[in-house]
Design a binder for this molecule. Sequence first.
Ligand code: HEC
Length: 149
Amino acid sequence: MKSFVAWVLLLFVSSLASAQEITYRKHIRPLWEDKCERCHGSSAPYLGTFEENKKEYEKDDKGPRMDSYADLIFFIGWPDTGAIMRRLDDGKNKKDGVPGNMYKRLGKNEEERQANLKLFKQWVGEDAWIMKKPNEITKEELMRIKTPY
Ligand code: HEC
């Protein structure tokens, strides 16, 4: 009986854990501060400026700035649709099977990278984790994007 109660309790707790909503403020922001901020923070240029002088910024380990909620979802929904998905994917969702070049930034080892990729995927929405570019994506696919604040 005791073990049955423990089992039910375990089921309950694990369903709570899996139902937990992944939000920008609680999960993604701290992860971003840890793994992305040093190159995409407030000292980095906005995408337009970055593109005017890409080579110089890259030399300095600076990518386009994405240091707020709005600036980050710019690289998910619109106008730089799917950039986060294409860069962070481990290759499993890409036609060429090659991981995006920011995948390695997600962690020090494969276990950490996979755990952090999972958080990003859950935040964007598993069925919205699409590699398509702005001229390829459909409105229906765009509407699947979740990214709760
Ligand atoms: C060591 C520096 C560095 C770190 C850390 C880093 N990035 Fe980058 N990132 C860059 C540079 C430089 C570029 C531009 C060159 C390129 O396109 O690869 C870039 C480009 C990108 C782009 C493409 C933007 C576009 O032009 O469409 C995305 C998306 C991105 N990074 C996301 C991330 C995320 C998310 C993290 C954290 C998990 C991260 N990066 C960590 C340096 C970094």
